[in-house]
Design a protein around this ligand. Sequence first.
Ligand SMILES: CC(C)(COP(=O)(O)OP(=O)(O)OC[C@H]1O[C@@H](n2cnc3c(N)ncnc32)[C@H](O)[C@@H]1OP(=O)(O)O)[C@@H](O)C(=O)NCCC(=O)NCCS
Length: 155
Amino acid sequence: VSGRVRLSPLTSRDIPNLLGLIRALAKFEHLPPPDKGAGRRLRAALRAKGFHGLIARQGGHPVGYALYFFTYSSFLARPTFYLEDLFVLPGARRSGIGGKLFRACAGIARKRRCGRMEWAVLDWNRPAHRFYRKEGGRILSEWQPYRMTLRKGAF
Ligand SMILES: CC(C)(COP(=O)(O)OP(=O)(O)OC[C@H]1O[C@@H](n2cnc3c(N)ncnc32)[C@H](O)[C@@H]1OP(=O)(O)O)[C@@H](O)C(=O)NCCC(=O)NCCS
């Protein structure tokens, strides 16, 4: 892949491309891929502003994305920018696209007057840990993530 990299806000027209990229991220993380209804639910959630996204194109081809939404910090009394996914296709990595997406997210977070950005990284994903430290992130070692599964087939 080569050519200029452009970021644009994710729209419903991007959902088929987004699904392909989410599938690639799931494969990378050894996690189950999106199910049959995922495209329809993503489209509905995007329309309802349940999440937002940025898509990176290089020479017109989708090569990466960031997906985010806002949570809220009562202690700061400010919104938190929650980065749900950040992904760049293997062939397009190490050329600054991930950094560009991440810093665009930080710009949106500042504009929305967020107090923080937060995200989670799998423990074995050393390159991602290096990437995020370089971008200014720090691990919250004193907090442990919890989850309660609400649907069969989810985890
Ligand atoms: C993490 C990720 C988004 C970074 O995207 P990218 O386009 O490669 O990022 P950039 O080119 O802007 O920055 C690369 C920097 O990240 C770090 N990095 C990324 N991949 C690395 C690797 N395989 N080995 C060592 N360092 C790595 C380095 O600090 C590197 O800087 P350098 O190239 O100057 O050494 C991308 O590697 C990716 O999609 N990985 C798979 C999915 C993932 O891990 N997502 C984040 C999990 S939440």
